[in-house]
Write a protein that binds this ligand. Structure first.
Ligand code: PA5
Length: 472
């Protein structure tokens, strides 16, 4: 087992010695140490209980992992396509792991090189997308993994209905659902578990104490990852390494806690936007995953005492260097309402030499002889420098490399950071009433039994007022 921390956290560009009044002094941080300690203690006290079951996932899944690896092996040998049906936390983790740990054009690789099923994550109910998927897969050789903790999410269950209908009808009546669908859901509640039992589907369970956005390290993420040939044990080991490296209440020795504190203090200073900007295409969807984690966990109307606080920090996804040619103008010169987190990678898995060939063009020739990894990393540092000179706060998470272990470390870093920050804000980090509200409204508008009163309420509220419509 690799036992090394492969991630560092540099918050120098959050400090006033670098960015003036937009930054923190050493004493600002010292004065807030008690806030951090309280958050750390409250997390440790309840660790593993209630909705913090995710913190134990690196340690308590031995039997499940055996089953996952066995199932994945079978899928890899029998199926040409593996499709995740899910949304939110049931999709963003699998997508982030796929992008981070597999070839960036995985599905386009020759079968012999890819050596496993093509992979798709369907996290929307756009009809064109569903039809497009059906155009490129062959259902006969596809395993679908329907993932929903609640077992009732409209998007996922409608996808399930469409796919199960196709399987029943189109496969000459010979196919069985159980040969094409695996369900990942709650063991004890929701509709999917009942359906799965009726249809005799292979099932994996999402533990009660693991919410959607904290679920990548349970079967939600582990089965798709294992099907892709990703070393899930190394992912969990990485998460454990980060967890153990963060087991102190001393902020100077606990990177996620320090990061949470700096973001908490930034929010107090009106910096209500958190930009996540990895400088690696492989980490592009980590920013999407983080956006859900940070936004849904911290965006809350009430604190734990029931007072209206309307807190949160709006996550913004960006990609280096691509967004240097779009959003960075705003980050450098726009309002002082953001903190930026860069994720850098020291060693890329492959490199590309920029060859000689345009010697007579001085303004191009300077690039020649360098590697693309040098260029992307230099641009990252140049951007951090530019932000610093504009007195904009940023921090840098640096990964030695992107592999299963460092990916696990990174996810655990962000989950701990989120839990700590929620504790500092004194909110319920693990619920999502604002998401449930939309889900319930959809049920009501689609006439789901039990939602009649909500339907009546909504009907009163929604009226087309022509006065405010242009181009009717
Ligand atoms: O984090 C959460 O709990 C949510 O975003 C869920 O992941 C999302 O709503 C999907 O829910 P479910 O897994 O119940 O289908």
């Amino acid at each position: 087992m690799e036992n090394k921390l492969k991630l560092s956290f540099d918050y120098g560009n959050m400090m006033n010695i670098r960015i003036g009044k937009n930054g923190f002094s050493r004493s600002d941080i010292e004065n807030a140490e008690a806030v951090a300690k309280k958050a750390f203690d409250s997390f440790q006290k309840d660790r593993g209980k209630g909705m913090t079951g995710w913190s134990e996932l690196p340690y308590n899944q031995k039997d499940i992992i055996e089953d996952i690896l066995k199932t994945a092996k079978e899928i890899r040998s029998k199926y040409k396509y593996f499709v995740v049906l899910g949304i939110g936390g049931s999709a963003l983790g699998p997508l982030a792991a796929f992008q981070a740990l597999k070839h960036l054009h995985y599905n386009e690789l020759k079968d012999s090189v890819r050596n496993g099923p093509k992979f798709y994550v369907e996290d929307n109910v756009d009809p064109e997308r569903m039809n497009a998927l059906l155009d490129v897969i062959d259902v006969n050789t596809t395993m679908f993994n329907v993932i929903t903790k609640s077992g009732s999410t409209s998007e996922t269950m409608s996808q399930y209905l469409i796919i199960s209908d196709i399987i029943k009808k189109c496969l000459d009546g010979t196919a069985k659902l159980k040969d094409h669908i695996i369900a990942t859901t709650s063991e004890n509640s929701g509709n999917l578990i009942k359906i799965a039992k009726e249809e005799n589907l292979k099932t994996f369970y999402i533990p009660d104490g693991v919410g959607g956005r904290f679920s990548e390290l349970c079967p939600v993420g582990l089965l798709p990852a294992a099907v892709l040939g990703i070393d899930i044990n190394a992912m969990l080991e990485g998460a454990a390494i980060m967890d153990k490296a963060s087991d102190k209440s001393n902020i100077y020795q606990n990177a996620p806690l320090m990061s949470a504190l700096l973001k908490y203090l930034s929010m107090k200073n009106g910096k209500n936007i958190s930009v996540m900007m990895p400088y690696a295409d492989s980490l592009k969807y980590v920013a999407d995953w983080y956006a859900q984690l940070w936004g849904e966990s911290l965006g809350k109307k009430f604190d734990l005492k029931g007072r209206i606080v309307n807190c949160g920090q709006t996550p913004v996804k960006a990609l280096g260097v691509t967004d240097q040619h779009s959003q960075i103008q705003l980050f450098n010169e726009g309002p002082d309402d953001k903190v930026i987190t860069f994720i850098g990678v020291k060693k890329f898995r492959s490199d590309c030499l920029i060859p000689q060939g345009l010697e007579k063009y001085e303004n191009v020739n300077f690039l020649c002889g360098h590697y693309m990894s040098e260029l992307i990393n230099t641009e990252r540092d140049a951007t951090a420098y530019a932000l610093m000179t504009n007195n904009k706060p940023s921090s840098m998470i640096m990964l030695d490399e992107v592999d299963e272990n460092s990916f696990g470390q990174l996810l655990m870093f962000f989950m701990l950071e989120t839990a700590y920050c929620g504790a500092m804000l004194n909110i319920n980090t693990f619920d999502q009433p604002g998401v449930e509200q939309g889900k319930n409204a959809t049920y009501a508008m689609f006439n789901r039994p039990g939602y009649e009163n909500l339907k009546a309420e909504i009907s009163k509220g929604i009226s087309r007022d022509d006065e405010f419509i242009i181009g009717k």
